[in-house]
Write a protein that binds this ligand. Structure first.
Ligand code: 2RA
Length: 349
C-alpha cells in the first residue's frame, strides 16, 4: 500500500507551497492528511486536484500516518514532533528544533541522501532556507575538490520571515513609490514611519545587515545556522565557515555570494563541468551576454542557480560564486517533499 502522509502546518506560507509541490510530483502517497492549528481546522485546501478539509492538530490526527511533514514554528515542532513519532510516523521537520541533534540526520537528498536512513529518534530535519539555497551547488564542488573553507554573504528575501515580511515590503514600497525618497539621510525611514514590521530598519529602497535573532558576540542566528548546518550536511565538523546575512527588498529567492576554498587547485572550466552535471543545479554563467541568475528570474523554480564563477585572483584553490535558490521551494517545501520520497521508497522497499 502507498504510505499515508500528514502535512502539519498545511495553511502556512511553506505549507501552501508544499501542497502545490505534492500535487506536481509523482503521486506516491495514499491519503494526504492536512493538519493545522485548531483555528484553521475546517478550511478546505486543494491538493492533487481535490479539496481536502484541514483537521486540527491533536494526537488522533496522526492515527495511521506513516510520514509526517512539519512546517511549523520551533516551539510547535518541539511539542508535536515527538507526538507524531510516538504514533509511529517518520517525521520530516522543517523547524530549527532538531537540526543539530546528533541523533537527527539533517538531509539534502542531492548531497547526503544516505543520512536519511539512520534516524534513531524517528526524525529527519530539513535545513534552514539560507543553507539550502547554496548547499546543493557546494556539495557537488566539495565531492570533487574537497571543501576547506567557506565565506558567504546572503541577500535574503522577505518571505523568509513569512507573510509579515512580504506584507511589510509591499506596504513600504507603496509608501515610497513615485517619490524622490532615498536621497537624504532618514527620508525613507520617515516615509515608512512605524511600518517596520519584522525588520529592524526600512526594507524598501534599502538593505539591512540583519536576519534572525541576536546570538553571542554579535552574530545572528541565521549566520550560525549557515555555519552549523553546512558542517553537518557536508560531514565536515571543523570546516571554517563565516557568514554575514543581509535582508534585501526581494519577495522570494535568497541569493548568496560564496568564497569557497578547496584542498586542491580549481579551474573555472572544471567547476563549470561539475556544476553543469550536478543534479538540482543550473549553471547560468555568461557575463559577456549578461547571463547570471537573479531572484527575479529564479523565483518559482526548483534548482539552485549558479553564476559568476571565478577563480580567486590570489588563491588558485578558491572559487567565487553567486548562487540563487527559491527559499520557499528548495529552501523549504521541495526539500521536505524530496526527503519524504526517500522515506516512502524505503518504507515500500
Ligand atoms: C529567513 N532563513 O530568511 C530565514 C527563515 N528561516 O529569515
Amino acid at each position: 500500500a502507498k504510505p499515508q502522509l500528514a502535512v502539519v502546518g498545511a495553511t502556512g506560507a511553506v505549507g501552501s507551497v508544499l501542497l502545490g509541490i505534492l500535487s506536481e510530483r509523482a503521486d506516491i502517497w495514499g491519503e494526504i492528511r492536512l493538519i493545522a492549528s485548531p483555528r484553521s481546522a475546517g478550511r478546505k485546501l486543494t491538493v492533487r486536484g481535490a479539496e481536502v478539509e484541514v483537521v486540527a492538530l491533536s494526537e488522533e490526527a496522526f492515527d495511521g500516518i506513516d510520514v509526517a511533514m512539519f512546517d511549523v514554528p520551533d516551539e510547535v515542532s518541539a511539542q508535536w514532533v515527538p507526538v507524531a513519532v510516538s504514533k509511529g510516523a517518520v517525521v520530516i521537520d522543517n523547524a530549527g528544533t532538531f537540526r543539530l541533534d546528533p541523533d537527527v540526520p539533517l538531509v539534502v537528498p542531492e548531497v547526503n541522501a544516505h543520512a536519511a536512513r539512520v534516524r534513531p529518534r524517528g526524525i529527519i530535519a530539513s535545513p534552514n532556507c539560507t543553507t539550502l539555497s547554496m548547499i546543493v551547488a557546494l556539495g557537488a564542488l566539495h565531492a570533487e575538490y574537497g571543501l576547506s573553507e567557506l565565506i558567504v554573504s546572503s541577500y535574503q528575501a522577505v518571505s523568509g520571515v513569512g507573510k509579515a515580511g512580504v506584507d511589510t515590503l509591499r506596504a513600504q514600497l507603496s509608501a515610497v513609490s513615485g517619490t524622490e525618497l532615498g536621497t537624504t539621510p532618514g527620508d525613507v525611514r520617515r516615509a515608512v514611519g512605524d511600518t517596520l514590521g519584522p525588520f529592524p530598519a526600512p526594507i524598501a529602497l534599502n538593505v539591512v545587515p540583519w536576519a534572525g535573532s541576536l546570538q553571542e558576540d554579535g552574530w545572528s542566528s541565521e549566520e550560525l545556522k549557515i555555519r552549523d548546518e553546512s558542517r553537518k550536511i557536508l560531514g565536515l565538523p571543523e570546516l571554517p565557515v563565516t557568514a554575514t546575512c543581509v535582508r534585501v527588498p526581494v519577495i522570494t529567492t535568497h541569493s548568496l555570494t560564496v568564497h569557497a576554498r578547496f584542498e586542491n587547485e580549481v579551474t573555472v572550466g572544471g567547476a563549470h563541468e561539475i556544476l553543469a552535471a550536478a543534479p538540482g543545479v543550473v549553471l547560468s554563467d555568461d557575463p559577456a551576454e549578461g547571463e547570471y541568475p537573479t531572484p527575479a528570474d529564479v523565483v518559482g523554480t526548483d534548482p539552485t542557480w549558479v553564476g559568476r564563477v571565478r577563480r580567486s585572483l590570489d588563491d588558485p584553490r578558491a572559487l567565487e560564486l553567486f548562487v540563487c535558490g527559491d527559499n520557499l521551494r528548495k529552501g523549504a517545501a521541495l526539500n521536505t517533499a524530496q526527503v519524504g520520497e526517500l522515506v516512502a521508497a524505503e518504507l515500500q522497499g
